[in-house]
Design a protein around this ligand. Sequence first.
Ligand SMILES: *Cc1c(COP(=O)(O)O)cnc(C)c1O
Length: 489
Amino acid sequence: MQAPQTTSLDPQSPEEWAALRQQAHGMLDDILDYVQALGQGPVWTSAPSEVREQFFKGMPQDGSSLEVTHAAFKRDIMPYAIGNAHPGFMGWVQGGGTPAGLVAEMLAAGLNANVGGRDQMPVEVERQITRWMADLFKFPASASGLFVTGTSLANLIAVWVAKNKALGHETRRRGLRDEQVQLVAYTSAGAHACVKKAMDLAGIGTQYLRVIAMNERYEIDCAALRQQIQQDRAQGLSPFFLAGTAGTVDVGAIDDLNQLADIAQEQNLWFHIDGAFGALAVLAPQIAPRLAGIERADSIAFDFHKWLQVQYDAGFILVRDAQLHYDSFAAAAGYLRREHRGMAANSPWPCDFGPDLSRGFRALKTWFTIQVYGAKRLGGVIQQTCDLAQYLRSKIELHPELELMAPVSLNIVCFRYRSSQADQADVLTARLVVALQESGIAAPSTNVLPQGLAIRAAIVNHRTNANNIDALVEATLRFGKEISVELGL
Ligand SMILES: *Cc1c(COP(=O)(O)O)cnc(C)c1O
């Protein structure tokens, strides 16, 4: 047979390589310009229909060029991102990303490592971060860890490992239907919705997640928790899993982690902590004492892409008992055979600790972020966002038109513009938040609290400063007044 004619997708001559370099350098400069100018434009702009229409075109059979495609990115995509990198962004809980993370992503893309396993240094980077996290949370050095998309998946992994511990690993083969016991899990009404989703995805069913009431500080009510566990045991059910929250998504409350650890110990429950953003507050010396008890957890889920400012996505699960973690996911396959030498050495592999086989090099942008800025400075950013939240609280308390709606525990402030008619309060709040977002001045989101709908400002981004808080308050007062008039209040 004649040798086949092939071409790669790389440039084919030194001249083509030179042109690529020039274009690529220009693209890097452009995105750095964008980052440098963040805060000058609006937080967010909704894409007009002409732009959206571009994305209904069919798949191109013939390519154009990097230059043309980059121009389309600049025209149709870049101006219409959600704006979480912008200092005025305060919606949900989202990190801002950093210049170091930006270039690290570029390096990771060049390497194109598949960090499912094998004998390669990218795996060691992930292991080093696991050891750093074990140390940070005072877990044993033998603890296991894994990068995942985000805390949603990390929480699912925790439920999965806890389920296998409770039922024995034979349950992986047997399936839940043939189990003699009915597992029950516990969390608070302030827990993130993904805890419920995890119970669904794990096949246990959301009806077996007991959602325990909160106290006036929005922390789980431990007395009610104990009572519910007793009641479930009396009915012959098998409590197995307790998820505390360090930094609730609604108001930023931290459950009493030591008390939860005591209950978990007494009741023989897996003690998991959803610390999606809050766990890494252990890096801020003034906040860290409030997380006491976190070191007693069986597993902690958290995101580097929130308070640590690492580029999306970079979630993490830390598990105290690495053997249990491994036994919950490891699966033998002929083509994944391990060796003591050669590329298939270095077992166990990251793929043995989670559902994914092929995995990107999320650890690199996290490693760069921690190497470049250091734990102290990153902890300082966490502290400064909490200081800004207190500054916002103080401004709200100064203005009689504004009403604080929940205690400000960390970096989340829930408030509203007062309505003269109680039944119009939520309409006013909803319209006010849309007006703020559409103005591009500041972008909070909303939250449903017992008293009603709140404007919820979560200060996560390292770029946010006091001017952004002033602008938010000023715009809230202005739009609040305008919308009140429109509503006849
Ligand atoms: C953001 C968040 C989650 C979900 O994390 P993802 O990274 O978005 O999957 C879970 N719990 C809490 C408390 C959160 O703030």
